[in-house]
Write a protein that binds this ligand. Structure first.
Ligand SMILES: Nc1ncnc2c1ncn2[C@@H]1O[C@H](COP(=O)(O)OP(=O)(O)OP(=O)(O)O)[C@@H](O)[C@H]1O
Ligand SMILES: [Mg+2]
Length: 227
């Protein structure tokens, strides 16, 4: 059974009446990397917000291990089952890298023997050294912040990692290193879902889903008869 399954999912932004997603049937398995690609405005970030339960589908359902996520407490879902790396990282800039990771472990209700040691282990895993771990996030480079965001998302050991443009502003070498981290997580059995504009990242994925922009309603629906 897929760990995450979208069944006939549609989404419309109520305020603007903007239909963004229509009849999406995607399945995600553990141990694989998925790339969601598509033009700007196609609805990739919107789709991630549905998968992370920040918004609910207008129609259709999303299942986690066969259970409708609408029936799972949102707070618990986001703090235990799913890790999210936002495009803007959403780190707390005045806290150190280590404090950022510790904070999300504290928010999740999971228990750890030695919290600080676990946080440091996560940061080591994504390639931060001792000095960088103790540095305030605002004094880290973009690539290092990206790593902290991944370490934080993985700190409470979720089964699924969602990342929006995780290599957006990185040089080729750093991008490869970050991709290496995702590959390692998939090999450990995690389900890794990446939104990307990068063909290199998409190539690294096991499965690619392409979202298309929805044609504007309703007059554009019929094809013109003229040649
Ligand atoms: N809060 C909102 N209210 C109304 N419309 C929105 C809202 N957020 C996004 N949209 C619209 O929904 C569509 C999809 O947006 P989304 O951010 O999901 O696209 P995207 O595929 O992530 O694009 P990009 O590659 O530029 O990040 C766009 O037309 C966007 O303008
Ligand atoms: Mg986006």
């Amino acid at each position: 059974m897929s760990i995450l399954k979208m069944e006939d999912v549609c989404y419309r932004y109520e305020k603007t009446g903007n239909n963004v997603l229509e009849h999406i049937d995607y399945e995600f398995d553990s141990g694989k990397i998925y790339a969601i690609v598509g033009k700007s405005g196609a609805g990739k970030t919107t789709l991630l917000s549905l998968l992370s339960s920040l918004a609910a589908p207008t129609a259709g359902k999303i299942f986690l291990d066969g259970q409708d996520i609408a029936k799972i407490d949102k707070y618990r879902f986001r703090s235990s089952y799913i890790g999210v790396v936002f495009q803007s990282f959403n780190l707390l800039p005045h806290l150190t890298a280590e404090e950022n990771v510790l904070l999300s472990m504290n928010i999740s209700k999971k228990h750890y023997g030695k919290k600080r040691e676990h946080a440091r282990e996560m940061l080591r895993k994504v390639g931060l050294n001792e000095d960088e771990m103790q540095r305030r996030v605002l004094k880290l480079s973009g690539g290092q912040q990206q790593r902290v965001a991944i370490a934080r998302a993985m700190s409470y050991d979720p089964q699924i990692l969602l990342a929006d443009e995780p290599t957006g502003n990185l040089d080729g070498e750093t991008q490869d290193e970050i991709l290496g981290i995702f590959r390692q997580l998939a090999e450990e059995g995690k389900c890794v879902i990446l939104v990307t504009h990068s063909p290199d990242v998409a190539r690294e994925a096991d499965v690619v889903y392409e979202l298309s922009r929805i044609a504007p309603p309703p007059t554009g629906k019929k094809k013109k008869a003229s040649a």
